[in-house]
Design a protein around this ligand. Structure first.
Ligand code: DPM
Length: 356
């Protein structure tokens, strides 16, 4: 392993000095920069001789700020430009939130590292005048800002005294819209993103799975690389957190199976623990129709490394058998929900959302 890494790091230039610059692509938002810097710092710690350069770029998702996310739809909105830069060799790796990465990556790319998951839950950020309240105690007809169909569907059903409206923009923009106007009583954001921004103190309430199940991959960072770039793949693979990898393979397999079967782009939601228990659910847009099931598998782990992708993830250091088991769990759970009518719920949800 070290032989390989050093071969890659030690690149002789004309002057005989060590120089191999690894370029790291990122979006320009503050959250994206923080996430990228945290991964770059870890790489520098593990490979002190490595020279890293951060390349920041805007993506389509950053430019279209006035349309509901669910309308402009594709998850690749935030990742396409970065993948183009990877393809053109302008950058060597890209740091993403795993939940923003489609479950099927374009050919030639793979997720070379999934880092240890932070708090995967969603959180309520309250307007300053409502501090101390919860979703339950907010006044009748209070407006909650979220562009996530997943969050709105679950919360509408549970907190029927509240109204839900789209809110767009990066985290800084959203907090500003919340604090400086009277449009929203609260907004819903991922606890992980708030934590990375240093805004934990704005969290009024963390939503457990009984209130709002989190999205596939939420709270974990992923490093996307060219799948043929064995040196970079080998280098970033030390960042993998085995438990997070297995959980996220199960989650992504679940979502991919639903998406492939239905060709819908709706988030399904779930939570996992080891030994792998996977709870998955699908919801109609207003949450009135839903299906939720839990399945489990024991992930045995004796098999050897292999460079096989599991829902886009390459994790050579994690036993292939365990990854297979996690992927099967996700697919089986999706099949179970489909057999109980998930297809009908998601098809209607999709039609209604398209017509909004
Ligand atoms: C995806 C969704 C959202 C992001 C949809 C969902 C939230 C959109 C919104 C797929 N990507 O979760 O149902 O609130 O309008 C995103 C955030 C993070 C990664 C911000 C957030 C940070 C947390 C993480 C946007 N992507 O969800 O509050 O790394 O998991």
């Amino acid at each position: 392993l070290w032989g390989l890494i050093c071969l890659f790091c030690v690149w002789q230039d004309g002057s005989g000095k060590l120089s191999r610059v690894v370029r790291v692509g990122t979006r320009k938002s503050q959250l994206a920069r923080i996430q990228t810097d945290s991964v770059a710092d870890k790489l520098k710690e593990l490979f002190p001789e490595l020279s890293l350069e951060i390349v920041a770029m805007s993506t389509l998702g950053d430019k279209i700020l006035d349309t509901a996310l669910s309308k402009i739809g594709e998850k690749s909105l935030f990742t396409k430009e970065l993948e183009n830069a990877l393809e053109r060799n302008e950058v060597d790796l890209v740091v993403h939130s795993l939940k923003d990465l489609p479950t099927t990556l374009p050919a030639g790319f793979t997720i070379g590292a999934v880092l240890k998951r932070e708090n995967p839950h969603d959180a309520v950020v309250l307007h300053p005048k409502h501090v101390g309240k919860t979703l339950e105690t907010l006044p009748e007809n209070s407006v909650i800002g979220t562009s996530s169909l997943r969050r709105a569907a679950q919360l509408k059903k549970r907190f029927s005294h509240l109204l839900f409206k789209d809110i767009r923009g990066n985290l800084n923009t959203r907090l500003k819209k919340l604090d400086e106007k009277e449009d929203f009583a609260a907004i819903i954001l991922a606890a992980a993103g708030l934590g990375r921004m240093g805004w934990e103190n704005r969290i009024g309430q963390v939503l457990g799975p009984e209130d709002c199940m989190y999205a596939v991959g939420q709270g974990a960072l992923a490093v996307e690389v060219r799948s043929r770039d064995v040196d970079i793949l080998e280098m970033v693979s030390v960042l993998h957190d085995p438990e997070t990898v297995l959980r996220c393979i199960a989650e992504r397999a679940f979502l991919r199976h639903l998406v492939v079967c239905l060709s819908v782009c709706l988030s399904a939601c779930l939570s996992v623990c080891l030994p792998l228990y996977l709870t998955g659910a699908v919801y109609s847009l207003d949450g009135s129709d839903s299906l939720k099931e839990t399945m489990q598998t024991s992930v045995s782990s004796d098999a050897v490394d292999e460079r096989v992708q599991h829902v886009g993830v390459t994790a050579t250091r994690i036993p292939g058998e365990a990854q297979d088991g996690a992927e099967r769990l996700g697919v089986d759970l999706a099949k179970l929900l489909l057999s109980k009518g998930a297809k009908e719920i998601l098809t209607v949800a999709r039609q209604l959302n398209d017509a909004r």
